[in-house]
Design a protein around this ligand. Sequence first.
Ligand code: FES
Length: 278
Amino acid sequence: DALADGFELLEKRELVPNMHLLRIRAPQIAAHAKPGQFVILMAGETSERTPFTLADWNADQGDITLIIEEVGRSSRELISLPVGARLAHVSGPLGQPFDIQKKGTVVLGGGCYGIGGILPLARALKQAGNRVISVIEASSSYLLFWEEELRAVSDETRIATKDGSRGTRGGVQEVFEQLYRHEGPVDMFIAMGCTFMMRMTTELTRSWKVPTFVALNPIMVDGTGMCGACRVSIHEETKFACIDGPFFDAHGVDWDELDCRRSAYAREEVEALPQAAD
Ligand code: FES
């Protein structure tokens, strides 16, 4: 059956430099996916297993959509597949769905692949009756994407750019601060993107004592809780991001440990890249 499904690459588009949208046939995953979940892909039989957040899916069409940043060997391998090619493997949906409840005003922050990742959350939170504000960041305006998609499922959408070319100058954290200080109560913050942004927003919302959730992105290998690669500490308890996460209470995360484990693996990933011929 999996062979018949074939995990065919249906669509591939570079949304902005280095950010690619991949739409893949995966009917079983599309039928069961819930907001906040992810998949693990293998481009070829011997490729690395790499986790990607589900940015969207369509159960009727039987496809899933991922936003992939071109960084490192495995993402480059995926992005270089031609439309019509079949991926060796896609496992999922993995992880715990985000617990969608009516909270009031929920502010979502997305950077990088997290701009795609917050879309299903924004949609579901809005459907559950929340006032949803989506905030997206990029270094510059030409690197922003999915603004219209987010606008369609949010009550408001805000932009931040590091160079100030659009919206607030800075990142998600600057907009969070503006919303919290000047625009009334916020009942929950959610952040998804690079570890730096998630950590910065966590420090802010900790001081405001507003519940905050982050999607942790440690390296994953098996995605089944067996290998231990995705180990994180939450309120001093060991958790596995692949089966207990990806979302955790941001105020309980041991960020130093996460940074340090990620950079140790990042070095190995870079070293695994084929050397450029001189
Ligand atoms: Fe192996 Fe989570 S990826 S335990």
